[in-house]
Write a protein that binds this ligand. Sequence first.
Ligand code: PLP
Length: 387
Amino acid sequence: MENRDIYLDNSATTMAFPEVCELVGRTMSTLYGNPSSLHSKGMAAAAEIKTARERIAKTLKCEEKEIVFTSCGTEADNLAIIGGALANSRAGKHLITSSIEHPAVLNSMKTLEDLGFEVTYLPVDETARIRLSDLEAAIRPDTILVSLMYINNEVGSVMPIAEAGALIKRVNPRTLFHVDAVQAYGKRVIKPSAEKIDMLSASGHKIHAGKGVGFLYIRTGVKVKPLMVGGGQQKGMRSGTENVPGIAAMGLASQMLYKNIAEDLDRLYELKEYFISQVSTIEGAYVNGLTGRDSAPHVISVSFSGIKSQVFLNALNQKGIYVSSGSACSTNHPGISDTLKAMGVKKELLDSTIRFSMSVFTAKEDLDYTLESIREVLPMLRKFTKR
Ligand code: PLP
């Protein structure tokens, strides 16, 4: 079996589209003016930002002015949660989130707790989704914000976002609804106005646009206190000279991903189903969370009994296959996954889990080679793994 280069870690980050790389190069070398400058170089850079805003607004069916560019998904989450809470604290000091959010959300909540806010952490069921009845019971008259992830980064479960949005607005119409869509934007058709989403975070490096850029959708009328203060760029919501190449990249990648999204999703779901049907025939392999259209098109979490995930990851790496053990999103506690624990995955499988995550570049041959490699290395690893 020859060695290849099979990238199945797209939930951690993605390769930029070649068209995006070309645009970034061009933007850096020719559109280098400061978008706030009043001469033509500045205006050309500002026009590039406008184009990116238009492209993104089209994908979400929202207004251009509702898009605020940030440096990453983490910043978008911080701005929505901390900025949203600080701007609305007169209405109350209670927030709700789930126990399996990304650290960008959980640590924003911790920051607010230190400032005197109160946070309710909803548990999840065995499919890594909150129960709507728990959400309903948690909403109070002083609840100012609910933050939920659209797609879980570790197991790919899809939260019932539209149902949650309708429920929140029915129980307390003043409660803001923030959705961390870092794993969902580009992999799902999302319409914030229909799903009663007030704020939505996305990240460039998860959608083939490169690192250093993200955005927060903020519905017109929602009050958010800026966290970055300075020269008042982006209507004062996010000061700092705009990252024009990154913003242009995000605009183009968004447009490209949504151009044929229905067909691309059909193909990814087919690949996912194929991989699951094959990997499930391997003894001691258990697929975590939901499958099919109730799950993300690109994430497959599998626990393999009798192995340590880091050792397995290294063995696959030797074969030129790049995957994650649990999630690569946190540098604090790699290894044991809080999401798998919260879902009630058996203790002996917690440290035996691999996340395979695909992209529009993934081909069936990549999966066949991966399955062949798993079948080859697994028995050997099991033999030498001390339990
Ligand atoms: N939210 C989720 C669900 C994520 O998966 C990630 C990154 O993995 C983030 C937020 C943070 O995004 P970024 O890496 O752009 O800061």
